[in-house]
Design a binder for this molecule. Sequence first.
Ligand code: GAP
Length: 517
Amino acid sequence: MANQDDFFKKVVAHAKEYGFIFPSSEIYDGLAAVYDYGQLGVELKNNIKQYWWKAMVQMHENIVGLDSAIFMHPRIWKASGHVDAFNDPLIDNKDSKKRYRADVLIEDHIAKIEEKIEKECEKAHKRFGDAFDRQQFVTTNARVLEHQKKIDEIHERYADCMNRNDLDGLKQLILDLEIVCPISGTRNWTDVRQFNLMFAMRSGNVSDRTSQSDKMGSVIDDSDTLYLRPETAQGIFVNFLNVQKSGRMKIPFGIAQIGKAFRNEIVARQFIFRMREFEQMEMQFFVRPGTELEWFKHWKEERLQWHLALGIPADCYRYHDHEKLAHYANAATDIEFKFPFGFKELEGIHSRTDFDLSRHSEFSGKKLQYFDSELNESYTPYVIETSIGVDRTFLAIFSHSLKEETLEDGSTRVVLSLPAKLAPYKAAVLPLVKKDGLPEKAREIQHLLMPDMMVQYDEKDAIGRRYRRQDAIGTPFCITVDNDTLTDNAVTVRHRDTMQQERVSIDQLPAYLKAKL
Ligand code: GAP
């Protein structure tokens, strides 16, 4: 665990040192759980968004995009259930005065037992070598079975409390598991209380909150409380008919959206894993009632393939099927990623039935139905949702890519082996020396490549140090211009991961790089 913590600190430090992520408002001592993306971070983040958009919208003729407003009619959040039920169960430690999510305390406790199982597996793997059969081991080893039994018992009690909204039961579980506050080390807990996660705003301006004329437009009748949207999905639901009719969409079809969401995460921690302002990439897929479980299976598989296509090993991902289903869902799973602090949710895939469209029909008085000409009938479509956080994807890819390697000569290098298609800079052009016409030639090559990709020019310091700088920011190719370049019109291309070098003619260079990327 200490190693995991150390590694995670390195991830956070590296992100800051190289201009990927800064704490927000840092010169004012920061703002908890809010972060800014720096000059390299914004490139990586944009590339992640493009990669998702291309896979979901460009590559599916029956999925279209949307960019709905962050401000929405207040009744939307009543209809969606967020006003009444978008809560976290919170508990305070009376000694440290620190506040925690009760469910997270219990999940962390379960994660610790899971780690014990992992350790048993690692030990056995070492002992048995290639003959080690994990499946057989975890189903027969007495210690593992005991740990698993404990986990199952906790899960059962925990799911039962959450289902029944039994806050006293949650507190009792925390006491029975002897969970202590990580700061004070005591079990002096308050009762568990529900806390709504939406940021509510008064719609008047700051100087005159009482003035009617300051209210946003005329739509606000029964309440002047606006909320910052806690998910982008509702913007899709309320535009279902607009998109379906104007785009003449036939079911099954999807609407995809990338945008900011806001949640008042009380227990904000783990860097950009849990933020108050974050970005989501969501897609709602509208299907015929009765076909939703087939489509759920389809999207569960397709979304995992999207992750695997990045080249990150499959054992970094796992499904976590929900035992406790929201009242409107008839199937739900998470794709979890092995973050530096353990397996945690990266993406959610939910079969949301016709809940959202029906509720918006009820609350708005507008019929949100589809006429299916093949069946000759109208119905409220069912919905499969895929919902992934941009920032969590960033953290998954970034933390997995950061490595410290020991080289053959005993020296070390820090390398960020980002998937090439996501790297902020695809290439760096480096004149070997700062004279003899090499910088001019290098600038020419930079301008040759710039229309096709992000390219950096660097002439400062010895070439070895410049390579290290590019390794640390994840640039897949370094292009070195040397004296021979002036006569053979070729450059040396160095590959980030293997550090191998090859000579490539400048005429071929754009095509060569594009093929590799
Ligand atoms: N519309 C469904 C929905 O919003 P969710 O599981 O609450 O479902 C979906 O959120 C995804 O959004 C999560 O899997 C996660 O990647 C991301 N996410 C949620 N809360 C977040 C937060 N506070 N900070 C960063 N990402 C978050």
